[in-house]
Structure formats: structure tokens, C-alpha cells
Design a protein around this ligand. Sequence first.
Ligand SMILES: *Cc1c(COP(=O)(O)O)cnc(C)c1O
Length: 461
Amino acid sequence: MTTKTAAKKKNGFKKFWKLGIEEYNTQNFDISPDGELIVREGNFQYNIFDIVKKYGSSTEIMFPTIIENRVRDLIETFNAYIKVLNYKARFYYHYAMKVNQNKEFVLPAVAEGANLEVSSANELFLVKRMIEQDKFNAKIRVICNGPKTEKYISLIEELKGKGLIVIPIIEDYTELERLKKFKGEVGIRVNLNIKINSHWDKKFNRFGFTEEELLRLGKVRGLSVLHYHISSQIEKMDGLVKPLKRAIELYAKLREKNPGLDTIDMGGGAGVPYEKRKHFYSAKNLIQHLIKNAKNHCDRLGVKHPNLIVEWGRYVAAPAQLTIYKILAEKTVENKGKNKWYVVNGSFMNDLIDTWAIHQKWHVIPINQMTTRKLEKVWLAGSSCDSDDKYTAGGGYILLPRLSETDELYIAFLDTGAYQDSLASHHCLLSSPAKLIAQNGEIKVARRRENPEEVGKMFGW
Ligand SMILES: *Cc1c(COP(=O)(O)O)cnc(C)c1O
């Protein structure tokens, strides 16, 4: 075989597994000549199969460089379109901490200029930790969502006292009362009267004031931010643009009594293409549309352009982590054509809970034997005793290499960096995966795989 056809063939496998493609966030991924998964960080590269052989599985591998690149691109893209489209206000990115609170996710985001959004007093406590360790510039801005208990409010006051810009978001009448005497900027959350395409856009949304309630509030002391968070993994660009236009109309009306109101915080919602079959919008296109529409709408209403905030969490964090399992065994699937079960050494219910909770689709690839042509249509079964512990790609199938007597097979779930960690559990007392950090060409063990003593301890043993 000439090198040219070899290259073409290899590229064919790369395409087959949908790697090296920016649209799918796999531009850092490649296949080694031995058919193993490679992840690149500049001129460093990681052979994932070698890493897993060394550190075992089940394992999560996260790449701080991916967080850094995504935050940097996001901020640069907003700023570039603000300039090109002559938008007359500023942009602030706030990383939504609840998406992944691991230090290895938060610090790279902050390093690239992310501000923060916290959803609870405990997350704000982590911000306090970072400040005390002199980990970051006290000019950082922190938006505070979640129920404002007395404890939460006193922590907000304490951090404000240290010079931090901490902006509590008022979500209901009780909080409005509690924050009446608050000396500083506050935000207010609206439950926009609009419907969009997404799992989380519920008919009955309990977060925030209705538009009518807000308009009846009159003057709110210190009000500078109008905040909404419609949903997560919003499927169509329109689902992000339309709410912004509606919020701008409300902002224009609220400014009559609250001239200090100068910012719209759009919350989260930008999605990632977990499903490789559907066409997905790009962030660049989305950002351009957001700013263009904000500008045109404000100009039409004759109102000052507001500063813009996004709290996109999933968009930044999901592609930064892989979850890796070994295939332990195969079984036949009764009554389902040729599909086989592959049993993995971990649990979807525990480690990738959205598989079970919201029937999340994932991009699943082998990390070795990637150039084999012997493929099998499979469903994946977790190691817990629960019949719901499975991944079937929505009842379809996952294509994976056929098991052989001689070679082990390992698989990776891509884009697992958002939401799975803090929701993880211990069904059947299975151990949580190890967490490895790949950075500057080296692997660091951030969290060992739990041993039986550690798991038992959590249950009082
Ligand atoms: C969950 C949440 C986010 C992050 O949402 P993504 O869809 O992950 O971007 C941002 N803001 C608020 C208020 C949230 O509740």
C-alpha cells in the first residue's frame, strides 16, 4: 500500500468515527497508526489507550486546554462582533459553576477571563476559598442565583466587603424583601412568557417573576441586571435569539423607573452537538445573531444598548472530558435482531446519570481497534444490577468493534464534562471512576478510583 492510500484510509476511519471535525468539537481528536485514540494539545499528544492501560478504568480524562480554548474563543467572538456590528456596550462571560464545580474545570475558565455564576451558598463558598488562596483577581464578577437564605446573603456581604463584585439575583418577593437594604448592584430574574424547544422549558417554571409582576414592582434599589435563564441544550438558534428580543422589550420598559438598569444576563442554554446525526448551530453564528438582533431591536425601541452577559456552562464544559469503560462481556439481546449487549465496567446510572434521567444521547467511540472493519451493532449495559442501567442510543444501536479472544476493547463517551459529576451516585456501591487531568503533555491523578473502604465509609461502615 502506498503512503497516500494509507493516509486516505486512515482519514477514512477518522471520518467514520467523526473525529477531527470542529462542528462536533472533535478537532483535537485523531487516530494513531495503531488504531488508537489520540487527543492533541498544541504539539503535545495523549494516547488514550496507553493512559487507560496504565491507570485502569473506569476513568474520566479531562483536558483543561479545551476549557481554556473555548472560553477564550467565546469571549473573543463576542468582542469581535460587538466591534464589527458597532454595538455600544460590553460583554461579560460568567461560567456557571453548577455545570462542573471541579477545580480543574473552574480555574482554567477563570484564567481565560471568565467571571462566575453560582447557584448556591456552597458554590459561593468555593469562590471565597479561591479568594483566600489569592487564586484570582478580586475584580472578578460573581452572579448569585439560587435561594437567598440568610447564610447565603451574609456570605455575599462578606465577599463584597473583600472588594469582590457580587451581584445577587432576586428571584421572588421574599428575596426582594430580604435584599431591600443591600448596598450594591442587584439583578432581578424574569420568567419570560415565551416557549422554546428544549427538554427543560417547562410549562410551569418556578424561577423568577412574571413579566407583569416585574412591571408592577416599580423602582428596585440598586437594580442593574435583568436576568433570565430559559433552558439548557437549546436545540435551535431561534430559541436563544427570541428570548433576548423579548427581554430587551422588558428592559426598555423597566428602565423608565430604573435608569441604572444597564445589563441583560441571558443565562445558559447554548448547546453542544451530542447527536452526530443532526445539524447543529455554531457558536460563532449564534453570537453574531444575538448581537445583531440586540442592536437592531434596541435601536428600533430607541433604548441604550445593554451590556450582555451569558452564563453558558454546558457549551464550555461538556467537550472537555471523556468517560472511559472497558468492555467486560457480550450477551445476546433477546428479540432485537442482531444487536448484542456489551457490558461495561462502570455504570451509566452512576457516572453518566443523564443517560438514565433524560435519555441523553452520546458520541461513543472505541479507543483501540479503531481501524478494524469488523463491527458489531451493540447496546451498552452498565455493571449495576438495574435494568435501567443501559445506553441504547435511543433504541437504535452503537457501532463498535467486534470482541476478540485476544484483544481487550475500551470505549469512550465524548462530551461528558457537563453536569454528570455532581449528579453522580453509588447504586450497587460501585466505585466512581478515577479522574485524570491531561495537561502540558502530562497526566495527573486528580481523584483516585474509589476503593471499597472509601465507598463503605460514605454509608457509615
Ligand atoms: C444551569 C444554569 C446555567 C447553565 O446552563 P447551560 O445550559 O449549561 O449553559 C446558567 N445560568 C443559570 C441560572 C442556570 O440555572
